[in-house]
Design a protein around this ligand. Structure first.
Ligand code: URA
Length: 433
């Protein structure tokens, strides 16, 4: 078999056989197929697409390109969630303990943030002592003991995706539905959970800018995940504005604690409880409405928060920081951004706010950058609020005073004013099962 023939076939719009897809993934992972041929095939897939059968094969080959986790000892009770990425998205910190308090085993590999988007791994690492790196044995034992184990991605999982994702990033082939689907779902398959809830974001701060495009991706991922033997539900959620008030690692842990303690009732808590209900519905095989009642009970009776402390302590973190969040890293500088207008706020662009948080030290411009766990932004006002000149719109937290002017300039671009409050926008657009 020759790679040039495979490229030509896809270029001409013909379907690839299972053998051809396996030849490509095996050869590219081992280094026998060079980047230039893999790039050409990705571009051909971008323009010609793939059938569901081809996408299933591609996803399975990528999932099997490295180690896979065997979670069969937990039966059908394992639960994983994936967010396609956003700003202020701290939902895993809230959702995992709720689901574990209701009998699920939440086993998860979380990524780090890059650019304007944050990553759960960085948020957890802002808790002093938390260990993101566990051996497979420790990972399983932690999950057995507490019902939760969340670590950073390990070296040997889906090496095909690691190479392909980096290649797609620089060849303008990220936004291809079969390539996106196989990238995301191969990691979920390899990570082993039987039940998967996908939080597919759409809007200015998300990868998919429109609900329609996010819907096509979500439908495909659900279909492909089911064909690979997993229960998959996708929830389409809005990411035009940051999720919740706090952006930045330790700041987001603080806000997650407020939500799990039932002290915050807003868009963030709504997204968290919806995702948790879908996960509990899968694990316990009950309708979502029934699961939602269990979720809110777990929050109001304190069992979700107890589970959160148990989990953090089991992974070496200082659970006192959750009982008293003032013990979490705190930035030495807190700079208020003052409104120079009197009017309604009609929007707070998530991408620009995420970028401002990155400038303050909360995120990375490139993979090698070191982040400041205490840096970030607290939004004091949100869309729909009427603001007077002199009011504080948000507060910038940082250790680097020299970065404040650039971050403030991004915030001023991000906050849009108007004479009328904005039209309500759907927070949860659709749930696909
Ligand atoms: N996230 C992934 O895991 N893969 C992609 O291709 C894009 C986003």
């Amino acid at each position: 078999m020759r790679m040039s023939d495979i490229i030509q076939k896809k270029r001409d719009g013909l379907p690839l056989s299972d053998r051809e897809i396996k030849f490509f993934i095996d050869g590219y992972t081992s280094g026998e197929i060079p980047d230039y041929q893999a790039s050409a095939l990705c571009m051909a897939i971008y323009f010609r697409g793939m059938s569901d059968a081809e996408t299933v094969t591609l996803t399975k080959c990528m999932a099997n390109s490295g180690d896979t986790l065997d979670l069969s000892r937990f039966g059908d009770l394992t639960s994983d969630k994936h967010s396609t990425g956003g700003v202020g998205d701290k939902t895993t910190l809230v959702v995992a303990p709720i689901v574990a308090s209701l009998g699920g085993y939440v086993t998860k590999m979380s990524g780090r943030g890059l650019g304007h988007t944050g990553g759960t791994a960085d948020k957890l690492e802002s808790i002093p002592g938390y260990r993101l790196s566990l051996s497979e044995d420790e990972f399983i034992k932690t999950a057995e003991k507490t019902g939760i184990a969340v670590i950073s991605q390990t070296g040997n999982l889906t090496p095909a995706d690691k190479k392909l994702y980096a290649l797609r990033d620089v060849t303008a082939t990220i936004e291809s539905i079969p390539l996106l689907t196989s990238s995301i779902m191969s990691k979920k398959l390899a990570a082993g959970a039987k039940n998967i809830v996908l939080d597919v974001k759409y809007g200015s701060g998300a990868f998919m800018k429109t609900a329609e495009d996010a819907g096509i991706l979500a439908e495909t991922m659900v279909k492909i995940g089911k064909s690979c033997g997993r229960n998959v539900t996708a929830v389409l959620t809005n990411m035009d504005i940051p999720l919740g008030s706090n952006i930045g690692n330790a700041l987001e842990v603080k806000e997650a604690v407020r939500v799990i303690q039932g002290k915050q009732n807003d868009e963030l808590s709504e997204v968290c409880f919806t995702l948790a209900a879908e996960m509990v519905s899968q694990v316990r095989k009950i309708p979502s409405e029934e699961a939602r009642t269990l979720v809110t009970d777990s929050v109001s009776n304190g069992s979700a928060f107890e589970k959160m402390k148990e989990w953090i302590a089991a992974q070496g973190g200082d659970a006192n920081c959750l009982s008293n969040t003032d013990l979490l890293p705190s930035a030495p500088l807190k700079h208020p951004v003052i409104s120079d207008k009197t009017n309604y706020i009609t929007g707070t662009d998530a991408q620009l706010i995420g970028h401002a948080a990155m400038i303050l030290g909360a995120g990375r411009a490139s993979k090698e950058d070191v982040i400041d766990p205490s840096a970030g932004i607290v939004m004091n006002k949100k869309p729909g609020d009427f603001v007077k000149e002199g009011d504080i719109i948000c507060t910038l937290h940082t250790s680097s005073p020299e970065n404040i002017p650039a971050a403030e300039a991004e915030i001023r671009k991000a906050v849009i004013f108007g004479d009328k409050p904005p039209e309500p926008r759907p927070l949860i657009y659709k749930i696909i099962k």
